[in-house]
Design a protein around this ligand. Structure first.
Ligand code: CAA
Length: 296
């Protein structure tokens, strides 16, 4: 059985572990502490059972997928036999650079080191290793078990065979790979984030309320969720950090983050993960409730 490791047990990490395990890989999910790893396993189990209840998986497939996943707090131990590592740690450049230097030292020489970064240049991450030709972006979308896209980001140094392998692995996961070049925000976030930021600017300027903005984009543009609800799902801290990367990378105020986005992040109102962003979230409730501060 092919072996891989996923670094980071957050929303993206547990989704990535889920899909690889479901498609026959032996996955080691790695994080610094046992608690987030246990929480990630419980989330994966819940999502697999949801798929079972919809008839997409059998009980045996759910059991088999769970058996393919192990958890570990030691990075060095976990990657020693991996042919692929996908890093999905916190979106922080220093953390990622340190991780890739450690991964480079611990993983087998032929192991591909992929990052799920949503905006940090792949070239910068690759430069933290002695194998830049084996470093590549493998950008999954949230929720990972549902979304079909894998945005694959290559640099001038990425080996062609590495790109071909990652394209082939993505297809094996029943995903659709799209290969793009290493520019700020790549393609997905260069287009998505300015739209979200513009929705936040429109709210901040009083052009319309939360419900109106989201309804217009849902019903008028056939988006599955409005930009403000999507920002809450992604995490407002992640949206802000991607806007900052675009702003610094392209050096134009076209990408300046909305003040309201900065304000909400300062107040730790980060969306679904903290229970409040543009909407308020109660565990177990599916009701979409506009946050107090945005009610007129
Ligand atoms: N695991 C497994 N299945 C899941 C799931 C999960 N975590 N979450 C939802 N599902 C399944 C449901 O079981 C359901 O399955 P069926 O169609 O078979 O019934 C289906 O997905 C739809 O779910 P729901 O009925 O609960 O809700 P919905 O119809 O409102 O869809 C959604 C939810 C799929 C999230 C949809 O609203 C959507 O596509 N939203 C946009 C998501 C998006 O744009 N993601 C990209 C964000 S950008 C990003 O991730 C990159 C970045 O760098 C920031």
């Amino acid at each position: 059985m092919k072996k891989m490791a996923v670094i980071g047990a957050g929303t993206m990490g547990n989704g990535i572990a889920h899909v690889f395990a479901q498609h026959g890989w032996h996955v080691t999910l790695i994080d610094l502490q046992a608690a987030p790893l246990e929480k990630a396993l419980a989330t994966i189990k819940k999502n697999l059972e949801r798929m079972q209840s919809k008839g997409a998986l059998t009980a045996a497939q759910v059991e088999e997928t769970l058996q393919h996943i192990s958890i570990n707090t030691s990075l060095t131990e976990s990657v020693q036999q991996a042919s692929l590592v996908v890093e999905a740690a916190t979106e922080n450049k220093e953390i990622k650079l340190a991780l890739f230097t450690s991964l480079d030292a611990a993983a087998p020489a032929d192991c591909i080191l992929a990052t799920n970064t949503s905006s940090i240049p792949i070239q910068t991450i690759a430069a933290a290793t002695r194998r830049p030709e084996k470093v590549i972006g493998m950008h999954f979308m949230n929720p990972v078990p549902v979304m079909k896209l894998v945005e694959i980001i290559t640099t001038a140094q990425t080996d062609r065979s590495v790109t071909d392998t990652i394209v082939s692995y993505s297809k094996d996961l029943q995903k659709v790979p799209c290969v793009v070049n290493d520019f700020p925000g790549f393609i997905a976030n260069r287009i998505l984030m300015p739209m979200i930021n513009e929705a936040i600017c429109s709210l901040q300027e009083g052009v319309a309320g939360v419900t109106e903005i989201d309804t217009i984009m849902k019903l008028g543009m056939a988006h599955p969720m409005g930009p403000l609800q999507l920002a809450d799902l992604i995490g407002l801290d992640v949206c802000l950090s991607i806007m900052q990367v675009l702003h610094e990378g392209f050096k134009t105020d076209k990408y300046a983050p909305a003040h309201l986005l900065e304000q909400l992040v300062k107040e730790n109102k980060l969306g679904v993960k903290t229970g409040e962003g543009f909407y308020q979230y109660t565990p177990g409730s599916k009701e979409l409730l506009v946050s107090h501060r945005f009610r007129s």
